[in-house]
Write a protein of this length. Structure first.
Length: 114
């Protein structure tokens, strides 16, 4: 997964915000497995921004396809509840992204001051 963090170009701002939300999905799941609705609410709380299900569920599906998360399905009556669980590959991605962000911010503050 490529993370576009060139936040200083206005025309890239929309993409950057979307990438940051994707980072949030992986990193929140690194704390504990959860179902999509709980994940969405946790991201909203952490980002202080409304998160649309049309963003969450396609992102989860893509992360599953890429091997960053796996899905555990539990059947309750006629309903199927999906719980999303981060994989080792996903944990490594989250760790790498955190490191990358720290380096970018460190360089920025060294260049422009705090």
């Amino acid at each position: 997964m490529y993370l576009n963090l060139n936040i200083f170009k206005i025309n890239n701002m929309k993409k950057t915000i979307k990438d940051i939300k994707k980072v949030g999905v992986i990193c929140v799941l690194s704390k504990e497995p959860m179902h999509g609705y709980k994940l969405m609410k946790e991201l909203e709380k952490r980002m202080d921004k409304k998160i649309n299900p049309s963003f969450i569920y396609p992102s989860l599906k893509k992360f599953e396809k890429e091997g960053y998360i796996r899905v555990k399905v539990k059947k309750i009556g006629k309903r199927k509840i999906k719980k999303y669980i981060i994989t080792d590959k996903g944990r490594k991605l989250c760790k790498d992204i955190r490191h990358q962000l720290k380096e970018i911010l460190k360089e920025f503050f060294e260049e422009y001051g705090e």
